[in-house]
Ligand binder design. Structure first.
Ligand code: UT7
Length: 331
């Protein structure tokens, strides 16, 4: 099996920060409710006209610099997002344009909050076919314009951000082959898709010229149901990947879950007896950034030394679709 090596990390968050106290001014909510129910204290919000590809490009430049690589060396660009710049062209093509390069294969992957893990598995497939590939995987979400600010049950939960990694199959001569993706497992259950969706404007619910935007255009979710499924399915995915790879839960050095709700993160950690100090969370500062949440958290955990050389890292995600999964990374 060709190796999938992470050569560089990068992240970007828009300058504007909106705290729970800021939200209190225009949403029927309060800091105490949001903090105790979710762990969120603030979120970043994209500037007017700042697109998913703008943010992905910034994160990509930082990941390329971290990898010591130039953009023109890339062979593939994969973007994970549910908030693309447009239907056509893909956000990956826009990122390519903004990096000032040509001829790479460019594709978007849509798996909502599981987008990073789905895109990572896609990249592993390309690397298996073409081990010489140099892949940019960027996940970028501009969710805040897709929130119904009159629906307090959903609008307080999300934020905007982008995270990127550079992946290669072969490594430079003499260099170490870590951090290395050891395994990924992914699942989905489309029968539960209606519990978390953005329906309006798609082919199932097309807008006609002059249609007034209604709540269908925005993120709609059944929070309580999603919560239960998220805990159960992320836990099951973690259990399955550990068993398949003969890894005992005690061997996990860092658990890095998708950042949707601190209570979900805590519940998954408890199920695996992973002490809180080994569980990475930055949801207080970013809220839920969907596909971007894992690469942003990963990049921060590496930069701050939370993840150290030699650590065995367990990633897990859950999102709309429903989609979910887990990955093991040897750092
Ligand atoms: O990554 C996948 C996407 N993630 C998600 O969709 C999030 C998953 N779900 C969750 O994180 C939690 O279910 C929520 C944070 C969304 C909600 O927490 P909860 O403990 O399940 O609360 P609830 O929905 O059962 O609501 C409890 C109460 C309700 O009031 P009543 O009926 O008990 O009087 C809500 O109206 O809290 C009220 N409420 C709020 N109050 C203040 C709901 N949203 C808010 C709010 N501020 N923003």
């Amino acid at each position: 099996m060709t190796k999938c090596i992470i050569r560089g990390f990068g992240r970007y968050a828009p300058k504007r920060i909106v705290t729970n106290f800021d939200l209190e001014k225009f949403v029927d909510t309060n800091d105490e409710w949001i903090t105790t129910r979710t762990g969120i204290k603030q979120r970043h919000m994209a500037a007017e006209g700042e697109s998913a590809s703008d943010m992905a490009t910034e994160a990509a430049k930082r990941a390329l610099a971290d990898a010591g690589m130039k953009a023109h060396e890339l062979t593939h660009i994969i973007v994970g997002t549910f908030t693309p710049d447009s239907m056509i062209p893909s956000t990956a093509c826009r990122v390519q344009q903004k990096l000032g390069i040509r001829d790479q294969m460019c594709v978007d992957v849509g798996a909502a909050c599981s987008g990073f893990l789905y895109a990572l598995e896609t990249a592993r497939g390309y690397l298996a076919l073409h081990p010489e590939s140099k892949i940019l995987l960027a996940c970028s979400e501009v969710i805040t314009p897709r929130l119904n600010w009159e629906d307090r049950a959903s609008c307080v939960l999300f934020g905007d951000a982008a995270g990127a990694v550079i992946l290669t199959g072969k490594n430079a001569a003499g260099a170490e082959d870590t951090p290395r993706v050891l395994d990924i497992m992914l699942k989905a259950d489309g029968s539960l898709g209606d519990l978390l969706m953005v329906n309006g404007g798609g082919s199932a619910d097309p807008y006609k010229l002059g249609t007034i935007v209604d709540e269908e255009y925005f993120v709609q979710l059944e929070g309580r149901e999603i919560f239960k499924h998220a805990v159960r399915k992320m836990s099951a995915a973690c259990e399955e990947i550990l068993e398949k790879n003969g890894v005992d839960k005690k061997e996990i050095d860092v658990l890095l879950p998708h950042q949707a709700n601190f209570r979900i993160i805590d519940a998954v950690g408890r199920k695996f007896d992973i002490p809180a100090e080994k569980v990475f969370s930055n949801i207080d500062r970013y809220a839920n950034t969907s596909a971007a949440s894992i690469p942003v958290a990963f990049s921060e955990a590496v930069e701050t030394g939370f993840i150290k050389k030699g650590d065995l890292v367990l990633l897990t995600a859950f999102g709309g679709g429903f989609t979910w999964g887990a990955a093991l990374v040897q750092f």
